[in-house]
Design a protein around this ligand. Structure first.
Ligand code: S3P
Length: 736
């Protein structure tokens, strides 16, 4: 048996006792409280095995001591524990501030002892006392440990397992950082809640006011019912960080007061929009623990063979590449840019959020409408924290170009997939312009960009055919002296060049080279974003392989640098009509009518690869259903997308019965022809949106069921995929 001593039987200490009693039989628990009645209650509720009114007696023989008293009592309690603990006893605490604990301890001992592990469970309630003890209080909550450099490994292990046993997830942090973070996320909200209630209670009519107060008041002030002693102690223990937080808040509130008094509707709207966006991001963060990828989006798709053709007329969401660029150039322009058809997917939202974090007011997206209040080419403000790009490689790489030209330092981070994607392809050519863009030692994010550099335009011969690299260079070129030019080894999407021209910025194109001169300004404009041909591709293939299909996709962008998919499907024998060709805001657009047609295998011409780079996952599905072999070469770039798309497709399709072999730069797929049906089974999308949707299309030609795992990221590029797929006849279900 191991012995746990809990000093302080309030909500935090008593809940630990309850949690350990519920989950572990090999611990006996000794409880200390100054108050007799509390001790009796703890025994009566079965929370502790023995109660003590003296710390010396309670601590004797303990393996682990948890100090869970208000911060103001910590020093007194710790000095007693210091004198009476046995040599093997490990001590931890549950205080809400951590630097003060270290300060208190160093007042008693020269260096913090190796048997003491400072900790803080991020859980609580406005209820207090032993009565409020809750055996599940820590389940799925964070516990932050802030071990100092001397802490012994065994002590750290014991404390970590103590919290893990209670269902908490344990993380480590530096004490100073802990206090700064908690000042903003916990201490400041409590202080605001106490003060709002205080202000209202000063009113003579406060009883009446409280009677009529609705949910907003209740939600905002719930925590003002917390223990005043505890919060006084926390306020004093974390003085510095809390004062900084209050100053920031007061400044913001004063600005809001001014805007309301002046009737500045745009400013108010911008501020609320920004807060709402951040709050939503927080909700998804809170749901899944770390990365704000959407738990709220279904993560498993189940699809069985189509019973009839894929039919109807749909409009898929706005182009992702153009959506990113509309925000970037809109933010750097002089004046207000209005955008229509904006993709409300997580990737484009990451770009919106990054510019908001740099002080740009962006209203929306709302039904595809966005208003960007440009700050001019030199108007961005330093972000206060690293800019989080989520899953979006385009945001990160293009932002490198823009940030390289700013006067301030910045940092870009991303989710686990983006954190494994190569970034030297942008950092190295940008360095030749004089930019300081630093990746991890392996060439991955996070990326640190040093501001205040003088950029000098130069010529770059790009090694890979990448529109992202080309765009990063051209965007840095806005800030570089003289001419910046880029030659690409094969044509890639030219949305940056087109949109710069739409903003009145001169860019010239000669053969494979795009050139521009730095120093001019961008003029705000209106942007009408066509539907994304990369999203349309899933439906082009679906309707091509399912007999009886006749589907029209309206308003699809058919920029010639993006239409590789149409050319490849046509070579395979697909029946796609391009109707109603028109030009919208500098981009060619058309309606695409696609009808079922038996496909044949082909050797995909290498020159079409960069023009269809995002469409290969679903093209592999088309090739599986085609008559004869399809050979893809020159597509090694697929290995460094959101997943290794060659590997992801080869693994999944082999499992579904396709005769497919990977090569370093592509794959050889032996198509089964019109009678081919995929086997049922479970496939992994590796959190890659396009892999998830490609396997969903395969499910249309399966007699059993295909289950696709890890589909939540479909929302990065195609948030209403499920709805549109069902509307056109996909028997697609999402298990609860
Ligand atoms: C994009 C360019 C392509 C593409 C990506 C979007 C862009 O990447 O795969 O989805 O918006 O510039 P590369 O340019 O790296 O091939």
């Amino acid at each position: 048996m191991r012995r746990l001593t809990v000093i302080g039987l309030g909500l935090i200490g008593a809940s630990c006792c309850a949690a350990i009693k519920k989950r572990a039989t090999d611990w006996t628990i000794a409880g200390y409280s100054r108050t007799e009645a509390t001790r009796q209650q703890a025994v009566a509720r079965g929370l502790i095995d023995q109660s003590f009114g003296s710390i010396v007696d309670a601590v004797a023989g303990a393996d682990l001591v948890l100090i869970a008293v208000p911060m103001g009592q910590f020093l007194t309690v710790f000095s007693e524990v210091l004198q009476c603990r046995d040599p093997q006893t490990v001590v931890t605490d549950a205080g809400s501030t951590k630097e003060s604990v270290i300060r208190d301890i160093t007042a008693l001992c020269e260096t913090p002892p190796d048997w003491f592990v400072p900790g803080h469970p991020i859980a609580g309630s406005e209820h207090n006392g032993v009565d409020a003890a809750d055996a599940d209080l820590y389940v799925d909550h964070q516990v932050i440990l802030t071990p100092h450099s001397k802490v012994s490994t065994d002590a750290l292990k014991l404390v970590t397992s103590f919290w893990a046993l209670q269902g908490a997830s344990v993380s480590m942090m530096d004490a100073e950082r802990h206090d700064e973070v908690l000042a903003l996320t916990s201490h400041l909200p409590h202080i605001l809640a106490f003060n709002l209630v205080h202000v209202l209670s000063d009113d003579n009519e406060h009883l009446d006011i409280f009677r009529y107060a609705a949910g907003g008041f209740r939600d905002f002030t719930r925590i003002a019912a917390s223990d005043p002693t505890m919060w006084r102690d926390i306020s004093l223990a974390n003085q510095q960080s809390i004062v900084t937080g209050i100053d920031r808040y007061v400044e913001r509130l004063e600005r809001m007061r001014e805007a309301i008094a002046d009737g500045d509707s745009d400013w108010i709207m911008g501020s609320f929009e920004r807060a709402r966006g951040a709050r939503r991001l927080f909700s998804s963060l809170a749901d899944r623990g770390v990365d704000p990828v959407m738990d709220s989006h279904p993560s498993v798709f189940e699809i069985t063979g189509a019973k009839k053709g894929i039919t109807g007329k749909i409009r898929v969401p706005g182009d992702k590449s153009i959506s990113h660029r509309s925000i970037m150039l809109g933010a750097l322009a002089d004046g207000v840019t209005t955008v229509e058809g904006f993709l409300e997917g997580e990737d484009a939202i990451a770009t919106v959020k990054a510019f908001r974090d740099m002080g740009v007011q962006i209203d929306g997206p709302n039904g595809g409408h966005v208003t960007v209040h440009g700050v001019g080419r030199d108007g961005l403000k330093p972000p206060i924290a690293p800019l989080y790009m989520g899953n979006s490689g385009t945001s990160m790489r293009l932002m490198c170009g823009i940030l390289a030209g700013q006067s301030f330092d910045s940092e870009l981070t991303g989710d686990s997939s983006l954190s494994r994607r190569p970034m030297r392809r942008v950092s190295e050519p940008l360095a030749r312009l004089g930019a300081m863009v630093e990746t991890s030692a392996e060439g991955y994010p996070p990326i640190k960009i040093k501001g205040g550099q003088t950029l000098q335009g130069c010529h770059t011969d790009m090694k890979v055919a990448s529109a992202q690299v080309k765009s990063a260079l051209l965007l840095a070129g806005l800030y570089a002296a003289d001419e910046t030019s880029v030659t690409e080894p094969a044509p890639t999407r030219d949305h940056t060049e087109r949109m710069l021209q739409g903003f009145g910025y001169e860019v010239t194109r000669e053969g494979a080279t795009a050139s521009m001169c730095g120093g001019s300004r961008l003029n705000a404009c209106h942007i009408d974003i066509p539907s994304d041909i990369s999203s349309a591709a899933f439906f082009l293939v679906a309707a091509s392989i399912v007999p009886g299909s006749d589907l029209t996709l309206s308003h699809v962008g058919i920029n010639p640098t993006r239409t590789g998919i149409l050319e490849i499907l046509n070579l395979m024998g697909a029946d796609i009509e391009v109707l109603n060709r028109r030009e919208v805001g500098g981009e060619p657009v058309a309606d695409l009518r696609v009808r079922y047609a038996p496909l044949k295998g082909i050797k995909v011409p290498e020159n079409l690869v960069p023009l269809a780079i995002d469409e290969f996952p679903v093209l592999f599905v088309a090739a599986s259903c085609a008559e004869g072999p399809t050979c893809v070469t020159g597509a090694e770039e697929l290995r460094v997308k959101e997943s290794d798309r060659i590997q992801s497709m080869v693994d999944g399709l082999s499992k579904l019965g396709v005769d497919i072999k990977d090569t370093p730069d592509g794959a050889l797929i032996k198509g089964g022809g019109v009678d081919f049906r995929f086997n049922g089974g479970t496939v992994e999308s590796h959190e890659d949106h396009r892999i998830a949707m490609a396997f969903t299309v395969a499910g249309l030609m399966c007699c059993e069921m295909i289950t696709v795992n890890d589909c939540a990221n479909v929302a990065t590029s195609f948030p209403n995929f499920i709805g549109l797929a069902r509307e056109t006849g996909f028997p697609l279900t999402v298990p609860p």
